[in-house]
Design a protein around this ligand. Structure first.
Ligand code: MG
Length: 318
């Protein structure tokens, strides 16, 4: 929420605690003495930034907007003047092409179209050298790789001590959120953002040029979803569809997410005593019917995304 803009060399915004926390990390090498009532003060060549406990953040100096736009963009401008509307246009979310070969983070998910099993989201941070190396060992879009190869590559990636984060939303929790009114889009957005924040904490102090999210919805919708859970975008976050074809970090994320999904499916298959099929086809309907026969309806809650149409279709086999 933008609360005021006094003519140019100064701007005041009201930002979330989460954003202020992220800013403090971001500016950690530029921190100066904290004034009374403030959380931090940082000095960059463009501006002096002071964040107060009230949530007010003051940007002053030669070009304060250069700093403020990194943060205020990600927050809703409540009563925008036509000229000061600072929400980024969709185009602004397209990554610069130089990013793919620079140190960056990428995120991708698995399991969203599968009736059985969780949603998994992984974030991976790669340096320039690692990008080059992973390309040579065949890290690319997980949809074009066999499951066996995915497991192999995931092992190789994790054995390299590459920083990554992994979020697993299992069926019980998924169904609970769904009944609470969460769309799958919101679940995905929140999982991606948690994966990013967790990984950002792990790589503190390392140089990073940006973050690429494999785009599954329009960026403003993603922002709305995460904002409703008090999360916000980190600076230099970009969205791109089919990002795994461009970014090796996203491709590595897709492999780790998929490998985790496969592992979860193995465990679920073991616990049900039958091989649970992937996807959401007719075989899935038949399997649901078998599970209901064997264990009853309640058991489905632990292994399936029960709001999928497959649950109803299974009735024809009962
Ligand atoms: Mg994807």
């Amino acid at each position: 929420m933008k609360i005021g803009e006094i003519h140019m060399p100064q701007a005041v915004y009201k930002l979330s605690q989460q954003t202020i926390y992220q800013m403090k990390h971001y500016y950690q090498s530029s921190l100066t003495t904290t004034p009374q009532g403030a959380i931090f003060r940082a000095k960059t060549p463009e501006a002096v930034i002071t964040a107060y406990k009230s949530g007010k953040v003051l940007f002053q100096g030669a070009a304060p907007e250069k700093e403020s736009k990194k943060w205020a963009n990600t927050n809703e401008v409540v009563a925008p003047k036509a000229a000061s509307r600072s929400q980024r246009t969709p185009h602004a979310f397209v990554p610069p092409t130089t990013l793919y070969t620079s140190n960056h983070m990428g995120t991708d998910e698995a399991g969203t179209g599968d009736y059985f099993g969780p949603i998994t989201v992984a974030g991976v941070y790669l340096t320039q050298d690692q990008i080059h190396y992973l390309k040579t060992i065949g890290v690319t879009d997980s949809k074009t790789i066999t499951d066996t190869k995915i497991r192999e590559l995931a092992k190789k990636i994790t054995a390299m001590n590459i920083p990554y984060s992994l979020m697993v939303l299992r069926n019980e929790k998924y169904n609970q959120l769904q009944k609470k009114g969460w769309s799958q889009g919101k679940m995905k957005a929140v999982l991606h953002q948690h994966a990013i924040n967790k990984l950002q904490e792990k790589i503190q102090g390392q140089q990073i040029e940006g973050i690429i999210i494999d785009q599954f919805c329009e960026p403003p919708i993603y922002q709305r979803h995460i904002r409703s859970e008090q999360l916000s975008l980190l600076p230099h976050t970009y969205f791109l569809t089919k990002a795994e074809s461009y970014s090796t970090a996203v491709a590595a994320g897709s492999i780790i997410a998929r490998a985790s999904f496969l592992k979860e499916m193995d465990a679920l298959s073991k616990s049900t005593g039958m091989t649970l099929p992937k996807g959401a086809s007719k075989i899935v309907d038949e399997t649901i019917a078998q599970i209901i026969h064997k264990y009853g309806w309640d058991f489905l809650n632990k292994c399936g995304k029960t709001h999928f149409a497959n649950t109803k279709k299974a009735n024809t086999y009962l």
